[in-house]
Write a protein that binds this ligand. Structure first.
Ligand code: Z5A
Length: 208
């Protein structure tokens, strides 16, 4: 049996990752592929429990080091219990966020990108996606979309200031320029159908 493909969607809050994950899954199923939809933090029973710890509570609930370890621990369980078994069955796995979120959100302050990659090597044997699609949306439009959905309610990490979210966006842009064969930036503006078509285009070389 052919191993499936592991595809991750990344980008800032409100860029449309969850919407596009569902649409992309439907488009791939229409092509006859088995697809597993998952997300981070979460995606397995243990990782979903850790998600609750990470996203609720006060902004200073976890130190940057403890937070990075919790994300890495959740990811280790997700990779072992959900992602690898599905790929081994031949399914395509689509994940709403993965390692590059830890690199962008946890790896540019007290911890470095190298630190985050070390945690990933220990937790998940350095396992990488076949393709990472970074949804790029203008800051104002992403905020409008997130606000229209959530009002003023933000989770522990989404509630950080604009300067932090700008650094996150620049980190994703850097990953795309440093690893062009794995990481592709996709324009997330315009209507959802047009965005899905761009994402499919960015997977063209992997599709059977
Ligand atoms: N985090 C981390 O720090 N380190 C890590 O390693 C990982 C994560 C894995 C997870 O939050 C938080 O954890 C996240 C990063 C951090 N915090 N921040 N920032 P989450 O899972 O709760 O949420 P999120 O990942 O940030 O995504 P989101 O806010 O749910 O947004 P989204 O999935 O990108 O967008 P959406 O829900 O699909 O769309 C947002 C709204 O726009 C919604 O009402 C849609 O109907 C609408 N929408 C979508 N597409 C369109 C188009 N094309 N036009 C108009 N409107 C649209």
């Amino acid at each position: 049996m052919t191993r499936g493909r592991f595809i991750t969607l990344e980008g800032g809050e409100g860029a449309g990752k969850s919407t596009q994950l569902r649409a992309l899954a439907a488009a791939l199923r229409a092509r006859g592929l088995a697809v597993v939809e998952t997300r981070e933090p979460g995606g397995s029973e243990g990782a979903e429990a850790i998600r609750g710890l990470l996203l609720t509570g006060s902004a200073d609930r976890w130190s940057p080091r403890a937070e990075a370890l919790l994300f890495a621990a959740a990811r280790a369980d997700h990779v072992e219990k959900t992602i690898r078994p599905a790929l081994d069955r031949g399914a395509w796995v689509l994940s709403d966020r993965f390692l590059d979120s830890s690199r962008a959100y946890q790896g540019m302050g007290e911890l470095t990108d190298g630190d985050v990659m070390t945690l990933h090597r220990i937790g998940s044997a350095g396992f990488l996606p076949d393709r990472t699609l970074v949804l790029h949306l203008d800051e104002g439009e992403a905020e409008r979309r997130a606000r229209a959905r959530d009002g003023d309610e933000a989770d522990r990490i989404g509630g950080r200031d604009d300067a932090f979210h700008r650094l996150v966006a620049s980190a994703f842009a850097r990953f795309a320029s440093e690893e062009p064969s794995r990481v592709r930036t996709v324009d997330a503006s315009g209507d959802a159908t047009a965005v899905t078509a761009r994402l499919l285009d960015a997977l063209g070389d992997l599709l059977p």
